[in-house]
Design a protein. Structure first.
Length: 82
C-alpha cells in the first residue's frame, strides 16, 4: 500500500468512526431510550408504553416487532403518530 493510499484509508476509517458514533448518539437520544418505557408482548404484536399500563399509559407505540413498537412510540412522543 502506498503512503497516499494509507493516508486516505486512515482518513476514511476516522470518518467511519465519527459516523458510527453519531449514529450511536442519535440512538441513545431516542425517546424510547431515555424514558422509562416498558416493552411488552401483546397478542401478535408488541407495545412500548410509558406509564402504568391500561388505561392510564401516557404514551404508547404498537408494532409487529419490538423495534417497530419503539419507533411508533418515538413518533407518538414527538406528536407525529398516525
Amino acid at each position: 500500500m502506498r503512503v497516499d493510499d494509507e493516508s486516505q484509508h486512515i482518513k476514511d476509517t476516522k470518518l467511519r468512526i465519527i459516523y458510527l458514533e453519531l449514529q450511536r448518539a442519535t440512538q441513545m437520544m431516542r425517546p424510547c431510550n431515555i424514558k422509562p418505557v416498558k416493552i411488552i408482548k401483546n397478542g401478535d404484536g408488541w407495545l412500548c408504553i410509558l406509564g402504568d399500563g391500561f388505561p392510564v399509559e401516557l404514551v404508547r407505540g404498537y408494532g409487529k416487532t419490538p423495534e417497530e413498537a419503539c419507533l411508533n412510540f418515538d413518533k407518538a412522543w414527538c406528536g407525529e403518530a398516525d
